[in-house]
Design a protein around this ligand. Structure first.
Ligand code: HEM
Length: 420
């Protein structure tokens, strides 16, 4: 459905109410049309940012780390200079070191490598669906979307299954850093100042570090093929071993990056299929096109609203003067609704092809877990949809209070399962 248009003078992408109320889309449309490079003040002491909302411009910024660096951090928060190195993960590293750190695990996330997890994923999806369908009404997020990606990660990291609830709540707290329901300490609060040395200014980061260090000590020198063992025992191609901080932040990123994002992709996809029942039928009638369908679901979902860069020099773009040091925000979600790139962008069309969406970014930092996310989502819907006689929304959806993650917190559904 086309969003309600928002006049330019009412656009404010720093206002979290807008995102909690799912009203950002109308703002993105206005910006793409009228102000593709738009200055947005911040209300919490932040220095303000430029919003980049057109697909081609987002791609150009993402692909130009020389002019738009990640080294000054990639969320809106501006960590103090003295803590930037301790908090730095690959997300906030540019250049050859970034490439070397990325290559450490990149091949483990390739489609070919992931194929060996397919049977495991099918079993897990079936168990998740069997469990959820024991009830006629349940919360889609809690019963299906939250546990499944985390259980996958638990397998990849080879951590004990009883640790799963802990990992989920860590992930929630970190990615929901601006939502009072999730975060013990809100990212820009007074209290958070005591945690400025930690990622997301969150005390939870220390707990994740501690757990990672314990695993590291256990697996150092071993030959097991879980991701932690690989991270601990492989030497980056530049010959510089991982420092303690490199390891801490890599581990933390693995724990949080794929959890909430994949969950949101599934929740948004389910909502879209309920709202477009003819598309749900299309999915079932075209099992051979599941991969194509999943790309459209991922475009539609856009679970990550934005990542941020910082200008390293003065740049003029669409007549606006971006100054060295300015924050520049790539609104990936807006790029996915750019009408110059996608015909009828507000129409869910599972047969859309090609579908060069920008959900995972488009540059040197392109999501490392994209193939894993695709596979998880495909297998979940291939498992769930044929089991359903019907599915409908059974109550209000509530959203994460965040302009970073496009998140659904509560999504009640009512189902009739097929008799098997
Ligand atoms: C639907 C689910 C997912 C979405 C929407 C998503 C989105 C993103 C985005 C937008 C970026 C930054 C891209 C850029 O700056 O150009 C990113 C980076 C990253 N993602 Fe994902 N992600 C998802 C799932 C995963 C999973 C499952 C994992 C791994 C378990 C993962 C691991 C990473 C890592 C390690 C990076 C940093 C890459 C780098 O800096 O070089 N993501 N992701």
């Amino acid at each position: 459905m086309q969003p309600t248009p928002v006049p330019l003078d009412q656009v404010d992408l720093a206002d979290l109410d807008v995102f909690e109320g799912n009203r950002a889309w109308g703002m993105f449309d206005t910006l793409r049309r009228e102000a593709p490079v738009h200055w947005n003040e911040e209300h919490d002491g932040g220095s303000g940012f430029w919003s980049i909302t057109r697909y081609d411009d987002i791609q150009a910024v993402d692909k130009d780390p020389e002019s738009f660096t990640s080294m000054k951090f990639t969320n809106l928060e501006e960590p103090p200079e003295e803590f930037q190195d301790t908090r730095r993960s690959i997300l906030e590293t540019d250049g050859p070191r970034h490439q070397a750190l990325r290559k450490l695990l990149m091949r483990d996330f390739s489609a070919a490598q992931l194929r060996r997890y397919e049977d495991f994923l099918r079993g897990l999806a079936k168990a998740t669906v069997d469990n959820a369908l024991q009830q006629e009404e349940f919360d889609f997020v809690d019963s299906i979307a939250a546990d499944y990606p985390m259980a996958v990660l638990v397998r990849l990291l080879d951590t004990p299954p009883e640790k799963t609830p802990q990992l989920i709540s860590w992930g929630n707290e970190i990615v929901g850093f601006s939502d009072p329901e999730y975060a013990r300490v809100l990212v820009n609060s007074e209290e958070a100042k005591a945690y400025r040395h930690l990622p997301f200014s969150s005390p939870v980061s220390q707990e994740i570090y501690d757990y990672g260090r314990q695993l590291r000590a256990e697996r150092l020198g071993g030959t097991a093929d879980d991701l932690v063992s690989k991270l601990v025992n492989r030497i980056p191609e530049d010959g510089i071993p991982l420092s303690d901080q490199d390891f801490d932040n890599y581990f933390l990123l693995l724990v949080v990056a794929g959890n909430e994002t994949t969950r949101q992709a599934m929740s948004h996809s389910m909502k879209a299929l309920i709202d477009n029942p003819e598309q749900l039928t299309w999915f079932l009638e075209h099992p051979e096109k599941a991969q194509v369908a999943v790309e459209e679901l991922i475009r539609w979902a856009s679970p990550v609203y934005h990542f941020r860069r910082t200008a390293t020099r003065d740049v003029e773009l669409h007549g606006r003067q971006i100054k060295e040091g300015d924050k520049v925000v790539m609104w990936f979600a807006s790029g996915n609704r750019d009408e110059s790139k996608f015909a009828d962008p507000y129409t869910l069309d599972l047969s859309r092809f090609p579908n060069d969406h920008i959900t995972f970014g488009k540059g040197p930092h392109t999501c490392m877990g994209a193939n894993l996310a695709r596979l998880e989502i495909k297998i979940l819907f291939e498992t769930l949809l044929p089991r359903l006689e019907s599915i409908e929304q059974a109550g209000e959806i509530t959203r994460v209070r965040s302009n970073f993650v496009n998140g659904i917190k509560k999504f009640p559904v009512r189902v009739r399962a097929k008799q098997v």
